[in-house]
Design a protein around this ligand. Structure first.
Ligand code: ATP
Ligand code: MG
Length: 395
């Protein structure tokens, strides 16, 4: 199949819309493989812009900026899901864009995303779409349906991330007030589910339909933000893992997706699986692949956009990833202090990744620490030691 694709070879220039940490790690990987990179991001100090051959700092919908990007490179990808789908569509007129604007548009809208999961036959949380005041009124009047969905989480359909744009509501009155508080924008009310755990799967799909996946990642969130990812054989029951991989591949396949896609799942108390959401790009929960797999999620992104062959990645080491949030820079009070990196790096199998953000803020993703070891127990033990040094709560 892949013989029909004509790859963009090293020496070509690859572009990315968005200059955050995901773009930065993608640029590092593309450059390692001999590609030049171009980043479009309005911020002159964006993490990816700082390390890229070309940095175009204009707004995402700036026509001149998009033209400049198109002229500089031979293929384009995106690194954040709220990139205007229209910018991708404009670029697609002149060069290959992956993922396509149509797929990103589904991921950008919780209501469309849920409809897609249902169409794929993948279980979703009970929910109701609230686009208008009329729809809210109808739901509030249908007491049986509303009560079935409560307590629930009211989520804006668009622009949410890291738990932002979400409210927990327990009564119909709170639902009513919550919708006003979120600005009466289109929302989805989701039933609050009893989560036993959370996991995610990263798949990469080529233009020829070839698909590979990373192993199932077990994720711990704190305050709506990913805190810890653990990946090793047995971290998720075998049956659940294969179910998650099959579901993730179906979601990508049915979108005719090209690129790297992360599918997030909830595991319920009865060990059943519910799909939460998708991210049309590499994902925080896939960062361990940089040090624990022979092909990382960022290399997969490079390969899909350059039409290079996809080979099934192999995890060679059990891994734990700790997210390094800005909070850690304030462990000793109100002045920003660099965490004790030397102490952490004295532990075997620790791999530090920092994103070059100068200002630490609470909740801001500053970097991550990958821990690899010969056994899951050893990886966990070192990760707990590193967490204790850094001031991250034990897990
Ligand atoms: P991100 O894009 O950063 O992953 P987000 O803002 O899109 O986050 P969600 O993934 O929808 O938010 O939710 C964040 C977290 O909140 C989930 O990982 C889960 O821990 C919890 N959560 C969300 N929906 C539910 C639900 N229906 N029942 C129980 N917990 C939930
Ligand atoms: Mg999420």
């Amino acid at each position: 199949m892949s013989a029909t694709l004509k790859p963009l070879l090293p020496g070509s220039t690859l572009g990315v819309l968005g200059g955050g940490q995901l773009g930065r790690m993608w640029a590092h990987e593309a450059q390692r493989m001999g590609y030049n990179t171009a980043v479009l991001d309005p911020d002159a100090h964006s993490p990816a812009g700082l390390v890229s051959h070309h940095h175009i700092h204009t707004d995402y919908l700036d026509v001149a900026g998009l033209k400049q990007l198109a002229a500089a490179c031979q293929a384009v990808t995106t690194e954040f899901e709220n990139v205007p789908a229209d910018a991708l569509a404009q670029l697609a007129a002149t060069l290959p864009v992956s993922p396509a604007a149509s797929a990103v548009a589904v991921a950008q809208d919780r209501a469309r995303e849920k409809a897609h999961f249902v169409a794929c036959g993948v279980p979703v949380a009970p929910h109701s779409v609230i686009d208008t005041a009329e729809q809210l009124a109808v739901l509030l009047a249908d007491t049986a349906k509303a009560d079935h969905l409560l307590p629930g989480i009211l989520k804006t359909s668009r622009m949410g991330y890291d738990g932002k744009g979400q409210l927990r509501v327990t009564t119909r009155d709170e639902l009513n007030a919550g919708w006003a508080k979120l600005g009466q924008v289109p929302c989805v009310l989701e039933k609050m589910l009893p989560l036993a755990s959370e996991c995610s799967v990263i798949v990469a799909r080529g233009r020829d339909g070839a698909m590979v996946n990373l192993p199932v990642q077990r994720n711990l969130h704190r305050d709506g933000i990913l805190a810890v990812t653990e990946v090793f054989a047995g971290n998720v029951p075998e049956a659940l893992a294969s179910q998650a991989i099959t579901a993730a591949k179906a979601v990508a396949q049915e979108l005719n997706y090209v690129g790297v896609l992360c599918v997030e799942f909830f595991v319920l108390a009865d060990n059943s699986l519910v799909v939460n959401e998708i991210a049309p790009r590499p994902h925080n929960s896939g960062h361990y692949s940089q040090d624990a797999c022979d092909v990382s999620q960022f290399e997969l992104q490079v390969r899909t956009m350059a039409d290079l062959p996809l080979t099934q990645p192999r995890q060679h080491s059990p891994a734990v990833m700790l997210n390094l949030l800005g909070d850690l820079w304030f462990a000793n009070g109100s002045t920003q202090t660099e965490p004790a990196w030397a102490q952490v790096l004295a532990l075997p199998g620790t791999h530090l990744h920092l994103y070059g953000k100068r200002e630490a803020r609470k909740g801001r993703k500053m970097g991550h620490l990958n821990i690899t070891a010969a056994t899951p127990e050893a990886a966990r033990q070192v990760a707990l030691q590193a967490a204790a040094i850094l001031g991250i709560a034990a897990f």
